[in-house]
Design a protein around this ligand. Structure first.
Ligand code: NAD
Length: 261
């Protein structure tokens, strides 16, 4: 369904971003990867996604999403590599947990820059080309924490609420064009970012990792199971596929019932 289309997925060397890159490449799109990681892991991701695209390795940008110039440069690089950019997925993100009074200011700044401001810069850079060509899909990977809060995650919750607000505002600006802008709001997804939160919780509460996962991390996720990366990727595929043009400015939940409670 995506033959002839090109996509840029930020933070796609791992987790949700890699899953979205994979499903887009499987659907026939040309995909540019981005993100950090060990050189061999990045090379493996490029080869894996490249194989689905029928090339030796997928194009890759090492742009740092905390640097506005690099974010905008990455979009220009993708447009140059593909001749156009049909799909932009703003997915790169980091987490840090601390009481607000101890929250390191530099962590706050980094989370706002990577999780929120990079979305603004990438959208601003990609939108003119999409509007000129009369086709485009923008997806921002927000979070259940873009819609409701939890304690000790002030920067993350503020950034993700910001992403949902940014999504709505951009959607209104482009509402009469064929371009759409939507947010995906996952609950806890089985990725390195989320799995890293289990061990500290087990240690903090003196329980096994299994108990920490169900009773603490997934406390608010009624399904009491991880959302899988592929489930989020399928939502991201729907939003760029046929019949999705009427969905604009939405914050789509995929959270095992979290927001229903
Ligand atoms: P992950 O840690 O597996 O992947 C994050 C990706 O972002 C990696 O590719 C990493 O290299 C990249 N990245 C981090 N900082 C970067 C920077 N400065 N510049 C460029 N790339 C950078 O995490 P994930 O769980 O797959 O998270 C992906 C997105 O989904 C994030 O925005 C996260 O907030 C969101 N999310 C995750 C969950 C979850 O439970 N895993 C839930 C809701 C939302």
């Amino acid at each position: 369904v995506l033959a002839g289309q090109s996509a840029l997925v930020t933070g796609s060397t791992s987790g949700i971003g890699l899953g979205i890159a994979r499903i887009y490449a499987e659907a026939g799109a040309q995909v540019m990867l981005n993100g950090f990681g060990k050189p061999d892991e990045i090379a493996t991701a490029r080869r894996e996604i490249g194989a689905l695209m029928g090339v030796a390795e997928a194009p890759y940008s090492a742009a740092d999403m905390s640097k506005p110039d690099q974010v905008r440069g990455m979009v220009a690089e993708a447009e140059k590599a593909f001749g156009k950019l049909d799909i932009l997925v703003n997915n790169a993100g980091i987490q840090f947990v601390s009481p607000v009074q101890d929250f390191p200011a530099e962590k706050w700044d980094a989370i706002i820059a990577i999780n929120l401001s990079s979305n603004f810069h990438a959208i601003a850079a990609a939108l003119p080309g999409m509007l000129a060509r009369g086709h485009g899909r923008i997806i921002n990977v927000a979070s259940a924490h873009g819609l409701v809060a939890s304690p000790y995650k002030t920067a993350y919750v503020a950034a993700k609420h910001g992403v949902v607000g940014l999504t709505k505002s951009v959607a209104l600006e482009i509402a009469q064009s064929p371009v759409t802008c939507n947010a995906i709001c996952p609950g806890f997804v089985r990725t390195p970012l989320a799995e890293a939160q289990v061990k500290p919780l087990a240690e903090k509460f003196g329980v096994s990792e299994e108990v920490a996962l169900k009773d603490r991390l997934l406390e608010k996720q009624p399904s009491k199971r991880w959302i899988e990366v592929e489930e989020v990727a399928r939502m991201a595929l729907y939003l760029v596929g046929p019949g999705s043009g009427g969905v604009n400015g939405s914050a789509l939940s995929i959270d095992g019932g979290w927001l229903a409670a």
